[in-house]
Design a binder for this molecule. Structure first.
Ligand code: DQA
Length: 146
């Protein structure tokens, strides 16, 4: 089983960036924790981060035929990007939308997601743990089909 984590704009600054909202954990520490989890489960885990929408689209395309599931935190592109939605739908790879913060408890423009309605599920509001919950969720889905 192979999973891909895709992180979008500004998530490279986790740890520095608005810690009262996003916490003190860095993206690297989140990825290290997920790698440990993946090793225990016998899952191969690839990580990708970019601040560029096109690079994220390319990454999703490159996952075709290779990856069984995607965890995606598209950052602000969650709320704007038809291109990312189309890329995810084009590949047909099941995905879970992830957010550190509870986007529904924030500004109204963050309440809308262009990815959520086609996702297996959405995990939002648990800080770095959102990724672990999403990992468990997608793995269970891929194993059971539920
Ligand atoms: C975020 C929420 C988005 O609204 C925001 O633009 C981000 C981070 C989150 O993980 O909470 O960059 O995706």
């Amino acid at each position: 089983m192979e999973l891909l984590i895709v992180n979008g704009p500004n998530l490279n600054l986790l740890g520095l960036r608005e810690p009262s909202i996003y916490g003190a954990e860095t993206l690297n520490s989140i990825e290290v924790a997920l790698q440990k989890k993946a090793e225990k489960e016998g899952v191969v885990l690839e990580s990708f981060q970019s601040n560029s929408e096109g690079a994220m689209v390319d990454c999703i395309h490159n996952a075709l035929g290779k990856v069984d599931g995607i965890l995606i935190n598209a950052g602000a592109y969650t709320h704007t990007s038809i291109a990312l939605r189309d890329a995810l739908l084009a590949t047909g790879i099941p995905y879970v939308e992830v957010h550190l913060s509870n986007t529904f408890a924030r500004e109204e423009f963050r309440h809308k997601s262009l990815l959520a309605d086609c996702a297996i599920g959405v995990v939002s509001g648990f800080g770095g743990r959102s990724y672990e919950l999403a990992f468990d969720g997608i793995l269970a889905h891929l194993k059971t089909g539920e």
